[in-house]
Design a protein. Structure first.
Length: 276
């Protein structure tokens, strides 16, 4: 797979170095290089680049500000001499973060991450067996079959897996995660929860909770309850509804039997015996 890329850096030496790295990397094609974000802003929309190597500290418009204007298809690798911007870089969903001076090994590693990302996107969602998420400044592979559910926490998500004591914490939105997952296997049941259908074990009658295999339940809000029923969970719910009715009738019968049968026996013991 070949990727179109661009470079934005106000330092001529850094700009030329990154250009030389692109030229020696066979799967990268340089679509443009720019000495300012303002210059790139005017030209990049027509280039449709896949990968952008972007400096952060630049005059007029810095890299973080410009990254929010870039097309969502374009993956960003920040290049800077200051590590204090690392957290800010991940907040704008950057693919990687390279500290200057940048070696070709580090550059190539970031470029390979980009290739993996786009290859994953090109796969039909129904065939995807794993995804990559950013956690602790690394790309972590997560097997879909192990996911119980995903919980959204403002700018972060937590991925809960079977047989794993700690969830994977990743800086990304619930919407981005939902787009990554195959709809045939995962369903959003709440603004803050996505669950794997095969992991559902219990659904109560009013569709207010969705229980997972271990410990707490996951709330299904009214907004998602109709979607939840339509997308293949209706049959288990109807089955549970009739089971509950059956249990209610059995329990009611047992209670009535225990109450009225002793009364009937008492009434009979109080009857006047017939006169002979």
């Amino acid at each position: 797979m070949n990727l179109k890329c661009a470079i934005v850096d106000d330092e001529p030496l850094a700009l030329n170095l990154l250009e030389s790295y692109v030229n020696k990397t066979p799967f990268l094609e340089l679509a443009g290089k720019y000495s300012s974000a303002v210059q790139a802003m005017n030209d990049l929309p027509d280039k449709h680049v896949d990968l952008l190597f972007l400096d952060i500290q630049m005059p007029e418009l810095n890299g973080l500000e410009f990254s929010r204007m870039v097309d969502t298809h374009t993956r960003i690798v920040f290049t800077t001499a200051f590590d204090q911007y690392a957290i800010d870089g991940y907040k704008v969903n950057a693919l990687d973060y390279l500290l200057k001076p940048i070696s070709y090994v580090d550059f190539l590693q970031a470029a390979n991450k980009a290739v993996q990302w786009f290859e994953l996107l090109q796969q039909p969602k129904e065939e995807i067996e794993s995804i990559f998420v950013k956690s602790d400044y690394k790309l972590v592979q997560v097997e879909l079959r192990n996911i119980l559910y995903i919980e959204g926490l403002k700018d972060y998500i937590k991925i809960y897996e079977e047989n794993s004591p700690k969830p994977i914490l990743s800086l990304m939105s619930m919407k981005s995660m939902e787009e990554l997952l195959p709809a045939s296997r995962f369903i959003r049941v709440h603004r803050s929860y996505i669950v794997q259908k095969d992991k559902i074990r219990i659904i109560d009658a009013d569709v207010s909770f969705l229980a997972r295999t271990i410990s707490p339940s996951v709330t299904v809000t009214n907004k998602y309850s109709r979607i939840f029923l339509i997308k293949g969970v209706k049959k288990p719910l109807i089955g549970l509804y009739f089971i509950e009715i059956g249990l209610f009738l059995i329990i009611s019968y047992c209670i009535l039997k225990d109450v009225f049968l002793p009364l009937r026996r008492t009434d009979r013991s109080c009857e006047t015996p017939p006169i002979e």
